[in-house]
Write a protein that binds this ligand. Structure first.
Ligand code: FAD
Length: 628
């Protein structure tokens, strides 16, 4: 018998859907040794999720992925609402922008295969490749090493046996039979040990990104809490033939014949969702009755569309029928050694286009924290904040989805105000749906004290975008472009008007404190690492172009040339100049700490860099001991 191969890795990711692929890419970019496996023979090439929210586009941009994504994706700028009109057909009630006040004021749509392809291409640049088909067949956590008090990033406490599944079916393109959510049809593809070579992987961390039927979740005994609904929806992707003019808008159609949703897609395709009213969910939680196909789904859509015509002369790209289920995992981690992300820890309806976005956001949240602990820059308790932040988000998402999916799935009756309630919910939850409104609660990494210093910011939300001007050449920059997802904390120093001696003196004082051996820069930058390994310092003065002086910025605050900005209107385009006002920062100034994932971690007064030192002392290892 050939002994199983044995190897070590920092992070083993199971599942290469959006969540796992994003995490593998982000960890590879951060220099973490990572492996990613998937049970499928080949990756999907059509269907599944397609809607990418504005915040996710910002996150793509922070990793340098937005340009390629936007080149391939369709953009949806406007949404339209329809109801049954007095003449029997449908009439438009509202036409409105998808999103306002965002850097990317639109939703973008691209088949999930396109997103996975983008991430796979990007991860190969850091030498990471999806190994497929490959499945885990056992997982065990060494009791000693997993105990929090002995948590050592040197240890490899998770042992996983992998093998090639013996009879994995090739991934189907296009057609997808009736499917339901979560565990109902769970059956991870398992090969037999006899005909496939096994491999033992010893990992510091294992992440289950293996979808709603997660094998990893079952292996570590985490339950899903929640329920399945009786709402059954059909989805079909095709290039339409139609006399309905709003097909390239996002449409919600509520009629007495049923409910339907249109999502414009890349390559002239559309996706149509229809509520399948006459389909029953049996006691087992599976669909009862005859199998439905794409023609049945289209037929329901055609009834909703009356008097407009809708057909699919070129056939169907992909279709599915699904039951809406709303569940959250009881825990997102076991001893901070095994984590679950994405659909493995939350499932809900796809109506608001959230699942793929939420799954990649889980990965974005976890990636920098794992990198810090693996580099031994932070204690393992930093990893507690993954579940703290993302489980609360998932519960909020399910609460929202219960309202939204119900309003979407109930056929309106005369005078029942369902349509009005649907519009109200869309507006109330707009910022949450688009991702900007996601807010992390106060914790060691989200310090809400002193928030009045920047009253326009919400600590725990992503930092809002804004145009600023580089002093050296008066070139305008979008602030977000200066905050790449490179695992560093961004320290934004807003010193007020540095052409005034008082503010200049304050800036010199804060620079001296930061540069002091006991200042946070030196305390939390590992010995021997470059000064900017952990912290990227950007100074933004509230000064006109004429009064700006790059040499006014003390040299210890990193580069005069590329890190010194002013908040003023640009000379040519006449844009910008409102950052201080929108962040609610007075001319007394402020310091803003932006976390590596782009969320505001804390704010402090300009002369209170000690508060920043205390903030980092809660979750980073310091290189010297200072009284907190
Ligand atoms: P998955 O996409 O399920 O990926 C899991 C991966 O793990 C797969 O590649 C699988 O092969 C692999 N795997 C599973 N088990 C194993 C194992 N034992 N070993 C190895 N590998 C394994 N979300 C949106 O954000 N926007 C939308 O517009 C949207 N539309 C949707 C429309 C429909 C019809 C549906 C059904 C869902 C939609 N969603 C949408 C939700 C979205 O598809 C999911 O939330 C998203 O795919 C979850 O990503 P994931 O990586 O967590 O899981």
């Amino acid at each position: 018998v050939t002994p199983a191969r044995d190897s070590h890795v920092d992070v083993l990711i199971v599942g290469a859907g959006p969540a796992g692929s994003f995490l593998a890419f982000a960890l590879g970019r951060a220099g973490v040794r990572v492996r990613i496996i998937d049970k499928k023979e080949v990756r999907i090439s059509a269907g599944h999720a397609d809607g990418i929210q504005p915040r996710t586009i910002e996150v793509f941009q922070s990793y340098g992925l937005a340009e390629r994504f936007l080149k391939d994706a369709a953009q949806v700028h406007v949404k339209a609402y329809y109801v049954s009109g007095p003449e029997g057909g449908i009439v438009r009630t509202i036409l409105e922008p998808i999103v306002q006040g965002s850097r990317y004021p639109f939703e973008a749509t691209l088949a999930q295969s396109g997103i996975e392809g983008l991430l796979r291409d990007a991860m190969t640049e850091d030498g990471v490749h999806v190994e497929q088909p490959k499945v885990p067949i056992s997982l065990s956590l060494s009791a000693d090493e997993a105990e929090p008090q002995t948590h050592s990033s040197e240890a490899y406490p998770v042992k996983v046996v992998l093998e090639r599944p013996s009879a994995s079916a090739p991934a189907k393109n296009g057609h997808n039979g009736p499917m339901s959510d979560a565990v109902k049809t769970a059956s991870p593809a398992m090969g037999s040990a006899n005909d496939t070579a096994q491999e033992v992987v010893r990992a510091r961390y294992v992440v289950g990104a293996d979808g709603a039927h997660s094998w990893v979740r079952s292996a570590v005994g985490i339950d899903m809490v929640g329920e399945s609904t009786n709402f059954v929806w059909g989805v079909v992707d095709f290039v339409p033939e139609s006399d309905f003019l709003d097909l390239r808008l996002s449409c919600a159609i509520h009629t007495k014949h049923g409910n339907c949703m249109i999502v414009p897609r890349e390559k002239d395709m559309i996706r149509v969702y229809v509520h399948l009213e006459d389909v029953n969910v049996g006691d087992s939680g599976r669909l009862d009755g005859p199998q439905l196909g794409p023609d049945d789904i289209l037929e329901v859509a055609q009834e909703c569309f009356y008097p407009y015509k809708l057909s699919a002369p070129q056939g169907f790209d992909w279709w599915t029928v699904y039951i809406v289920g709303q569940r959250v995992a009881s825990s997102f981690s076991v001893k901070n050694r095994v984590f679950i992300i994405g659909d493995a820890c939350h499932t809900h309806s796809p109506k608001a286009g959230q699942g793929m976005n939420a799954s990649m956001s889980d990965a974005h949240n976890l990636a920098w924290k794992l990198a810090y602990v693996i580099r031994q820059w932070a204690p393992s308790t930093l990893l507690d904040t993954y579940e703290f932040e993302r489980r609360k988000f998932a519960q909020d998402l399910i609460d929202f989805d219960k309202i939204f999916a119900t309003l979407y799935s109930v056929t309106p009756k005369p005078g029942d105000k369902n349509h009005e309630r649907f519009l109200e919910a869309s507006n109330t939850y707009g910022a949450f749906i688009r991702g900007h409104g996601v807010q992390y609660e106060a914790s060691t990494i989200t310090d809400i004290a002193r928030k009045s210093v920047a009253s326009g910011l919400v600590i725990g939300q992503r930092i809002p975008p804004g145009i600023i001007v580089q002093v050296a050449d008066f070139r305008p920059y979008e602030l977000h472009d200066l905050l790449p997802s490179d695992t560093r904390f961004k320290i934004l120093i807003l010193p007020g008007d540095t052409s005034k001696p008082k503010q200049k003196a304050k800036l010199d004082a804060v620079a001296a404190e930061i540069d002091h051996p006991e200042g946070f820069l030196k305390r939390f930058t590992p010995a021997g690492a470059p000064d900017d390994a952990v912290f990227d310092i950007i100074t933004i003065s509230h000064t006109s172009c004429a009064a700006a002086n790059t040499l006014a910025i003390p040299p210890c605050l990193q580069s005069h040339w590329s890190k010194t900005f002013i908040d003023t209107e640009t000379m040519c385009e006449r844009i910008g100049g409102s950052l201080y006002a929108s962040y609610g920062v007075s001319d007394a100034g402020a310091i803003i700490v932006c976390r590596p994932d782009g969320y505001v971690g804390m704010v402090a007064a300009l002369d209170d860099s000690a508060a920043i030192g205390k903030y980092f002392a809660h979750f980073l290892h310091s290189t010297c001991v200072v009284d907190a």
